[in-house]
Design a protein around this ligand. Structure first.
Ligand code: SF4
Length: 259
């Protein structure tokens, strides 16, 4: 398989079959997060374009569509970078629905393009949107997420998420990754989450190998104290599901060897 990988065991989503609509050899992203498991961002861009034709991805899905119901809880847009940079995201989502009408579709996004109304419309086609939010102000945002353009502003992303929430009927999860640089932002992040009104807050710290150290379980429990009243899942508490991987090479490329 070239554009699909997994299923991988996701503590957030269960058995997740990945769809990589970028499938570039180096990471393509509008962020360069300090904790990214894919290393530094090689292809820094905030511009959308078609990386892989929709027909090619649909053909690959159709080849395994019969097995998906038995092996997969959710089909997830993720992979070698930020999936909303694929200009055919909405088209590919529609193709997945055609091939696998019973399986929910999710996306892991850094939310940088949630300011774009077209992207909001495409995100509305997903059953689950997991949006990254790691910072409470622009300076922490620049330290942790290292946006690739000065035009990417945290405040605009937060406003975009508030607006998106109003029109989105699916499940909106905010994923917050805590590292040393934002470990004291819990209270302010909870206030921001209050404005966005997600269905779930996922509190994360990078337990997989990357350039920065994870916070301890005690530190994460301290942060969780600020999120009373939210549905919260925390990486230290969640168990991973059992998976039967279809293509291990494609998984290692996008998730690292420990999967
Ligand atoms: S947004 Fe995701 S893919 Fe992009 S640098 Fe951050 S963690 Fe990596």
């Amino acid at each position: 398989m070239r554009f699909l990988y997994g299923p991988v065991a996701s503590w957030r989503l269960g058995r997740s079959l990945g769809v990589d609509i970028l499938s570039t050899t180096e990471k393509t992203c509008s962020f360069d997060c300090v904790y990214c498991q894919l290393g530094r961002t090689g292809n820094k861009t905030a511009e959308r374009k078609v990386y892989v034709r929709t027909e090619e991805i649909e053909r690959e899905i159709s080849e395994i569509a019969d097995t998906i119901a038995d092996t997969t809880d959710v089909i997830t847009f993720a992979g070698m970078g930020e999936p909303t940079l694929g200009a055919n995201l909405g088209e590919v989502a529609a193709a997945i629905r055609r091939q696998c009408p019973k399986t929910p579709v999710a996306i892991l996004t850094n939310a940088a393009l949630v300011t774009d109304m077209q992207v909001q419309e495409e995100l509305k086609k997903m059953d689950i949107v997991v949006a990254k939010l790691d910072a409470s102000d622009q300076s922490i945002f620049e330290k942790v997420n290292r946006p690739v353009s000065e035009e990417i502003k945290l405040e605009a992303i937060i406003e975009g998420l508030i607006e998106f929430r109003r029109g989105y009927k699916g499940r909106l999860c905010l994923q917050m990754m805590f590292v040393d640089d934002n470990k004291d932002s819990g209270a302010e992040m909870a206030r921001i989450a209050q404005k966005i009104q997600p269905d779930e807050v996922q509190l994360n710290t990078p337990l997989r190998p990357c350039a920065v150290k994870p916070l301890s379980q005690e530190q994460m429990e301290g942060i969780q104290e600020h999120f009373k009243g939210f549905e919260v899942s925390s990486v230290y508490e969640k168990m991973k599901p059992e998976v039967r991987v279809i293509d291990k090479v494609e998984v290692i490329k996008r998730r690292g060897a420990e999967d």
